[in-house]
Design a protein around this ligand. Structure first.
Ligand code: G3I
Length: 371
């Protein structure tokens, strides 16, 4: 079984490429430190390639993030590109950086309907026995290799369908409340419980999270999805299935109405079931109509973020993770499904494209201070 060596962490003194010998986090008031002072964990998704070749990017991660999430490197496509052939190299780059900088590392995601290597969907379609074996082998190998450095995983990601009327561009075919996917077709909704049980059996000390999006807004479809998530968690707990946390991806949209009460009630309901709640992928898509000027745009993003994050923290959330720190490298710029079509770029991260702190950075700092 791959151990630390599998992650390129064997031996001491391992440093991610691009790290100067003896480099330590610059002193100062990063968001991670401000959050930690209030018992909150702040962090960000990161890309191994940029950590290794972009000192400005690496310095921002060092200064601002206390916890790192591999944006791509811990997904099936990266970890098991061919059946039985595991590649922990890219994940090792993130893990080496985290170790060198004494940062925590979070796993994302053991089961998802995207970032699947080409061989996986046909394998799952061969039948439930094969699908169960493929899933068990992946979870066994990945948790075995990452056990020393990752203590917290998104075990299943985006298992709920987007309710009818959802504003999300992706129209997810639904099978009841569950998103249609190769996993659902191969195993039925039981794949969710199976993945959670396999993860718990492989490593009883992990925090096991169900992660999803579209759970934050004050809309009928967000409320439907919240109720579906609550029903899923209750059913899993009733079946004595291990589940420890729910991740709110919080890919926020300024055009979506927000009121604290629905989100606060949802978080409190989960907390009353003994379930932790994390914000796992915070960023902001600006609305169709942009306010005039960057200052007004950034102020609108900051105000919305402070409302949502402040509400979540007040309701008991203690982990806030952004999906990247800077506007420059965001999927919001690179993914045509969400990128702006007016020649502008979304300004939905704490740092701008030059890694300068924006009003959203202040909004997060104020949210932590007020927690
Ligand atoms: O495929 C190449 C690979 O060959 C290469 O070695 C590697 C080196 O960086 O890059 C790979 O390219 C892309 C990868 O991002 C790394 O940047 C993939 O083609 C591309 O599909 C992948 O996109 C990611 C996407 O998930 C799919 O995995 C985005 O960066 C990432 O922001 C996005 O994140 C998702 C969350 O996991 C779940 N929630 C929604 C969120 C946004 O879609």
């Amino acid at each position: 079984m791959l151990g630390l060596a599998g992650l390129g962490l064997a031996g001491c003194g391992t440093r991610a490429r691009g790290q100067q010998p003896g480099m330590v986090a610059p002193a100062g008031d990063g968001l991670g430190e401000l959050a930690r002072a209030r018992g909150i964990t702040f962090g960000s998704a990161v890309q191994a390639e940029l950590l290794g070749r972009d000192p400005l990017y690496a310095a921002a991660v060092t200064t601002e993030a206390q916890l790192l999430v591999p944006e791509w490197e811990a997904k099936w496509e990266a970890l098991q590109p061919r059946e039985g052939e595991f590649d922990f190299g890219p994940l090792g780059g993130v893990a080496s950086f985290a170790q060198a900088q004494r940062k925590q590392l979070r796993g994302h995601a053991l089961v998802w309907h995207k970032a699947m290597p080409d061989w996986l969907p046909p394998a799952l379609a061969e039948g439930p026995a094969r699908a169960r074996a493929v899933l068990a082998a992946h979870i066994d190998a990945v948790l075995g290799a990452t056990q020393p450095v990752i203590r917290d995983w998104d075990v299943v990601n985006e298992v709920l369908a987007n309710p009818p009327g959802s504003r999300f561009t992706e129209q997810t075919p639904a099978r009841g409340v569950f998103r249609d996917s190769p996993w659902l077709r191969a195993l039925g909704p039981e794949y969710i419980e199976l993945a959670l049980r396999l993860a718990r059996q492989r490593d009883p000390t992990l925090r096991l999270t169900i992660n999803d999006y579209g759970l934050e807004g004050d809309t009928p479809w967000a409320e439907q999805k919240r109720q579906a998530m609550l029903a899923l968690v209750r059913a899993l707990l009733a079946a004595r299935c291990p589940v420890d946390a729910v991740g709110l991806q919080a890919h926020l949209q300024l055009d979506e109405p927000f009121r604290p009460e629905p989100l606060a009630g949802f978080i409190q309901s989960l907390r009353s079931l003994g379930i932790a709640v994390l914000i796992t992928e915070l960023d902001v898509r600006e609305g169709a109509r942009l306010p005039p000027g960057l200052e007004a745009r950034d102020a609108a993003v900051a105000a919305y973020v402070q409302q949502v994050v402040g509400t979540a923290l007040a309701a008991g959330c203690r982990t806030v993770l952004t999906w990247g720190l800077s506007d420059r490298d965001s999927w919001l710029v690179q993914d045509p499904d969400v990128a702006r079509r007016d020649g502008q770029q979304h300004r939905g991260h704490p740092l701008d494209a030059e890694f300068r702190r924006k009003a959203m950075w202040q909004a997060l700092a104020l949210s932590f201070a007020g927690a």
